[in-house]
Design a protein around this ligand. Structure first.
Ligand code: NA7
Length: 488
């Protein structure tokens, strides 16, 4: 069905998570008030609205995992929980008066560019249409949760819960629980479940490297200081920023610091796990940094509680009663918790995105997604992506990367509006050249060093991570080169 014409706003934003709301704030601060945010759910917050499982928290310190233009002196601890992060997001909405711009329950199913008019039209699953001169795709890379393709998953008669769609009504007290997945989410959930459930069986496919988590409650005097002297909070942020920047040397590239980080993780394991056999089962066989580095103080102790058990036999199938492992044992459980992560699209788009001459972005990305500076794609003018291809932060705060993206998009949007452009399209040769460089740099990173992770496609193509320091990323994004673009 052809969309009915609608009056275009200046900017159409898809998604009311951190990125979409951040874009809205930057637009407002730049005096652009004519924008609409389309959100498929009925509340803001994106991944932090969805990930409210017990123990959910960010593994980047809150003073760094927040917007520099909206500091919060009241973080209750160094690594605040997901509820507090969601409160911060709600606070952004009220402080910057964003509510009136948000349209809830608008699930975009198609995004199409009209080259003659220079207009993007978003169509929702209810066939409503919204149009904008520029469009921001801020739907988030970790928004669709993934259940594993394990035989028999549909047969299970007990309760199934995904970490990113928590069932707060389910009472775990005394229950026999299985947890599949020991990534960032799994290792946060397990200690909480062990506290309440009757028995917790942890099904681990691959052990990850775990570092200690320097987590402290914020003393009152510290909050007062941050409030009275915002420069002190900025100084703290800078300290955290540079600490994480230096971690790139361990995490991204194989360097002497990588060895030191591995030694630290082994020491942490040795201190927390006395049993040799268990330690062996928990020791990774890949370079630290190849997969997401985990941080936890309570995961290893939780595994050693009397009501917990680590199972490393591969899963053969899920049955009506529980989980059967390959050596033939059936583990009967009341509930399976899937901490199995997200459907990360490496080659597709969340909905059809149609550019110039009917081009379809999903088709062009068949061999792996790519963009220019992770934000623009040639043939798709006036479209900006947050957390587009190769913008993943391996070691630093996602929000630091996001701020660079928002400011870059703002430069493009200002140009479109100021010069009344219909087309601001990155040149194909520029995009090609950029990606040649990115892939060359990626080939030298730990992510491409042989392990399997959600960063890579099945055949090893990395369309997710940025192979460098956050400082390098910020420098490339600070530079909006007009010559890189074709305009009309
Ligand atoms: P992740 O990091 O994708 O972790 C998913 C976990 O689930 C991981 O341990 C997987 O094991 C495991 N998994 C997935 N499929 C299976 C099957 N079929 N059988 C057994 N185990 C399986 O998701 P998270 O939610 O923890 O974290 C996502 C990101 O959020 C994280 O990187 C941070 O950036 C924040 P595997 O390691 O693949 O062997």
């Amino acid at each position: 069905k052809k969309p009915t014409p609608v009056t275009p706003v200046s900017v159409l934003i898809i998604g009311a998570g951190f990125a979409g709301l951040g874009m809205a704030i930057r637009l407002k601060q730049a005096g652009i008030d004519d924008f609409v945010i389309l959100e498929r759910a009925s509340a803001v917050g994106g991944t932090w609205r969805d990930n409210q499982y017990p123990g959910a928290a960010c593994d980047i310190p809150s003073n760094l995992y927040s917007y520099s233009f909206a500091p919060n002196p009241d973080w209750s601890r160094s690594f605040s929980g997901s509820g507090e992060i969601l409160d911060y997001i709600h606070h952004l909405v009220s402080e910057f008066d964003l509510q009136k711009h948000i349209r809830f329950e608008k699930n975009v199913t198609d995004l199409c560019f009209d080259e003659g008019k220079g207009i993007w039209t978003a169509t929702t699953d209810r066939q409503e249409t919204f149009a904008g001169r520029a469009a921001i795709m801020a739907q988030g890379p970790l928004s669709n949760c993934s259940f594993p393709a394990i035989t028999g998953i549909e047969d299970f008669q007990g309760h199934k819960i995904h970490s990113a769609r928590w069932d707060h009504d389910y009472d775990f007290a005394g229950k026999r629980v299985a947890v599949i997945g020991t990534g960032a989410s799994g290792i946060q959930i397990i200690p909480e479940l062990v506290k309440v459930a009757g028995h917790v069986k942890v099904f681990q496919r691959t052990p990850g490297w775990v570092l200690p988590r320097p987590d402290f409650t914020t003393p009152q005097w510290n909050k007062a200081l941050f409030r009275k002297l915002p420069a002190s909070q900025q100084a703290m942020r800078n300290l955290l920023y540079w600490t994480h920047e230096s971690m790139a040397l361990a995490v991204i590239w194989n360097s002497p610091l990588t060895r030191i980080a591995e030694r630290l993780a082994r020491l942490h394991l040795r201190r927390q796990v006395k049993d040799r056999w268990l330690r062996r089962q928990l020791t990774p066989d890949f370079t630290i940094g190849c997969k997401r580095v985990l941080v936890s103080n309570d995961y290893y102790p939780a595994l050693q509680k009397d009501n917990a058990k680590l199972i490393t036999w591969p899963i053969a199938r899920i049955s009506e009663q529980g989980i059967r492992t390959v050596e033939g044992i059936e583990h009967q459980v009341d509930c399976i918790v899937f901490a199995t992560g997200f459907d990360v699209s490496h080659s597709g788009t969340p909905f059809p995105v149609r550019g110039r001459n009917g081009r379809l972005l999903g088709d062009e990305w068949q061999g792996g997604a790519q963009a220019y500076k992770s934000i623009n794609v040639s043939g798709y003018p006036n479209l900006f992506m947050t957390f587009g291809p190769n913008s993943g932060p391996g070691h630093n705060s996602a929000l630091v990367y996001m701020e660079s993206q928002l400011d870059y998009a703002l430069k493009g949007i200002r140009k479109i509006l100021a010069e009344d452009l219909k087309i601001l399209d990155v040149k194909e040769s520029v995009q090609h050249q950029y990606n040649k460089g990115i892939q060359k740099r990626l080939s030298r990173t730990n992510w491409n060093s042989g392990c399997k992770s959600w960063y890579l496609t099945a055949d090893g193509f990395n369309a997710t991570m940025y192979p460098g320091f956050a400082t390098q990323y910020a420098a490339q994004m600070a530079d909006f080169e007009e010559a890189d673009y074709e305009t009309a």
